[in-house]
Design a protein around this ligand. Structure first.
Ligand code: HEC
Length: 103
């Protein structure tokens, strides 16, 4: 039931609107810390980790993956819900942040 708890708290976090006009990488960092890190920031040994790591991944890949989750061409119950509430700007910011983060 851990996943359900993460999911609920994510919905709550996402419903708080994010209005910073700061440079995108900082906006991405704030959003990632508030939302994504709840799952993707969890460090477990790779065999146990249910969440793919995002740090240091290709920026275009992250962006396209998030857009695919948003328009449901890539299916994941969790990520479809999360990405569904991201704007293009959020996606750009987050991809820019994670791609520059050291793995
Ligand atoms: C409730 C847990 C949870 C949260 C919160 C979460 N994710 Fe995910 N994420 C997952 C899971 C589980 C997968 C694997 C889904 C799949 O099989 O496609 C995933 C997959 C991804 C992938 C694809 C990675 C790959 O290797 O292809 C990206 C990109 C991603 N998430 C980005 C994000 C971003 C950005 C956020 C914050 C806005 C976020 N996630 C928040 C659980 C979560």
């Amino acid at each position: 039931m851990k996943i359900a708890t993460y999911f609920l708290s994510t919905i709550l976090t996402l419903s708080v609107s994010f209005s910073s006009q700061a440079a995108s990488i900082y906006a991405g960092q704030a959003k990632a810390a508030a939302v994504c890190s709840q799952c993707h920031g969890i460090r477990l040994t790779s065999a146990e980790a249910p969440f793919p790591p995002l740090a240091g991944r290709n920026e275009e890949y992250l962006e396209s993956a998030l857009k695919q989750y948003r328009d449901k061409t890539r299916v994941s119950e969790i990520m479809n819900n999360i990405a569904g509430s991201l704007s293009d700007r959020d996606i750009n910011n987050i991809a820019s942040y994670y791609s520059r983060l050291k793995p």
